[in-house]
Write a protein that binds this ligand. Structure first.
Ligand SMILES: [Zn+2]
Length: 237
């Protein structure tokens, strides 16, 4: 594992590699730091696990989980990359690709950050996880918690689509509908996480271990294309 510590993106204060949601000094966002000098010594594609294994966790040396036994996986990652000639031609682009993240186990890219963050929660001995979600993340957290035999508490705005709510309930998640905005859910989730010491898996600017899972999309693109693409376009909500 190349991960070494957490560092505040605003003031630079460093913390040990344990679940923490913001900087105690300035409330800034925390980011996982790596030993980049050691990482540079070997080309990413030449690592044994990357050549041998499948899915997102073949990049486990580049993810911040110490013990292999802590990894909670439903075989996320390795999603197909499609070269779309006809769609590309409409935009005058010769090499236009779409990476289909709906092929992940619960149907969205959220499986990557949730797999990473819940593995860290397991490593720290947590038995309950909580998240604030407008749908996809809630489905992912409920499913991965079921796999890890943990309790999952999911807070959603009452406007969340019914099919997403059913998926959360079918996976055994404890669903709490909030009459309020996404921000209200976010704040209440943080409060419950503090009060009961549940691991908060909310990925948006909060759990630094969740966002680490997202980066594996870039590794897959690099390996499949044989280098970095000129442009990456990411839709955001
Ligand atoms: Zn700070």
């Amino acid at each position: 594992m190349f991960a070494t510590k957490l560092r505040c993106l605003r003031c630079g204060k460093e913390y040990p590699l344990l679940i923490k949601y913001n900087c105690s000094k300035c409330k800034g966002i925390l980011d996982v730091e790596y030993d980049y000098e050691a990482m540079k010594k070997k080309e990413i594609g030449s690592h044994l696990s990357i050549r041998k294994d499948k899915g997102m966790w073949k990049f486990r040396d580049f993810l911040p989980i110490r013990n292999k036994e802590s990894i909670v996986t439903l075989r996320e990652g390795d999603t197909p990359l499609f070269r779309c000639e006809r769609l590309g031609a409409l935009m005058n682009l010769r090499n236009f690709y779409l990476k289909d993240e709906t092929r992940n186990p619960t149907g969205s890219f959220k499986d990557r950050p949730v797999s990473c963050a819940i593995s860290k929660a397991k490593e720290e001995g947590k038995n309950t996880v909580i998240t604030s979600s407008s749908g996809n993340a809630g489905v992912a957290v409920a499913s991965y918690a079921a796999k890890a035999a943990m309790k999952a508490v999911i807070l959603v705005p009452s406007t969340t689509p019914r099919n997403k709510l059913l998926s959360i309930l079918c996976s055994g998640g404890i669903l709490i509908k909030i009459k309020g905005t996404t921000s209200d859910c976010f704040n209440l989730t943080a409060e419950l996480s503090r009060k009961y010491e549940w691991a908060n898996l909310t990925s948006t600017f909060l759990n630094p271990f969740a966002t680490e899972g997202d980066k594996t999309i870039a590794y897959e693109l690099y390996l499949e294309l044989g280098g970095a693409p000129d442009w990456i376009v990411v839709p955001i909500g």
